[in-house]
Design a protein around this ligand. Structure first.
Ligand code: SIN
Length: 277
């Protein structure tokens, strides 16, 4: 993987890369954009340091990849519907994303990617984000497990994190999205297979007895959270933007900095296709 217009330094040999020499507040040339797009597919998680962006810059960069997403919990934040604020202080009851998940898989078409721009980091360190490579997770399963999971469909329910974990009720008279996706999906652009269940949203596997579904999901979640070879770790500095391919990764925002604060803004891009086998 070599690029003409970008300089890349990798975080691990399979997931995560820092991109140097790009100013995201300026329009990208077509050549730069197509190389960035390729680097994003190659490395799944791209980290851009020392970016000075206002909300319009952030959204303009995201719009190069597609339409902007409105988060199902947006009613509880107010403000710009296309910006999800990620704010944790001493007074917070929870921090967004503090557990392994893929963003908003309760949607019929989950975001294809998210861009988180961190402006304030905890003064004593901490607040890193871990990312896991779900191609690699699939590849590490045994052939017998792969064939057992192939063809199964799982339920992804927004009520589990948003209501259950965060305690935020949906807007009056509505329910959070709940949708079904295959347990093994194929990335629409790379054609590679992905293990597509996450402990944030996936509540059960259809057509199994409840105990069978629980056993299988607990086993897969344990595999994901305990297999450090799947991961890279992004250590934030103020003005870092990280852009992940939400179709083939999971992430975990580590809340290890209480009582200090962390602040960022996330923009996500709506996918065009339902996750498919
Ligand atoms: C999220 O998008 O889940 C939050 C990630 C983070 O705050 O690091």
């Amino acid at each position: 993987m070599s690029y003409q217009t970008l300089e890349i330094s990798t975080l691990t040999p399979h997931i995560g890369a820092e991109v140097h020499g790009v100013d995201l507040s300026k329009p990208l040339s077509n050549e730069q954009f197509s190389e960035l797009y390729q680097a994003w597919l190659d490395w799944k998680v791209l980290v851009f340091r020392d970016q000075h962006l206002d909300r319009e810059h952030h959204k303009a960069f995201a719009r190069r990849f597609g339409r902007l997403h409105v988060h199902p919990m947006q009613h509880s934040y107010g403000g710009d519907p296309e910006i999800l604020t990620v704010k944790t202080t001493q007074a917070s009851r929870y921090t967004a994303g503090d557990g392994w998940h893929t963003d908003v898989t309760c949607d019929e078409i989950p975001p294809l990617g998210s861009m988180l721009y961190i402006k304030e980091t905890p003064e004593c360190g901490g607040g890193d984000t871990l990312f896991a490579d779900m191609y690699r997770a699939y590849d590490m399963l045994s052939d017998r497990m792969k064939s057992m999971l192939e063809g199964l469909v799982a339920v992804h329910d927004g009520a589990q994190p948003y209501l259950g974990a965060y305690g935020v009720a949906p807007p009056g008279g509505t329910a959070y999205p709940k949708n079904e996706h295959p347990v093994i999906v194929t990335h629409p652009e790379t054609g590679k297979k992905i293990l597509y269940v996450n402990s944030g949203f996936t509540t059960r596997i259809k057509d199994l007895n409840p105990w069978e579904s629980r056993m299988l999901l607990n086993g897969l979640f344990h595999f994901i959270e305990s297999t450090v070879q799947l991961t890279c770790r992004v250590r934030w500095e103020p003005n870092t933007l990280t852009f992940w391919d939400n179709r083939c990764t999971q992430h975990h925002a580590v809340w290890d900095y209480y009582p200090h604060s962390r602040y960022g803004e996330r923009v996500s891009i709506v996918g065009e296709l339902r996750p498919a086998a």
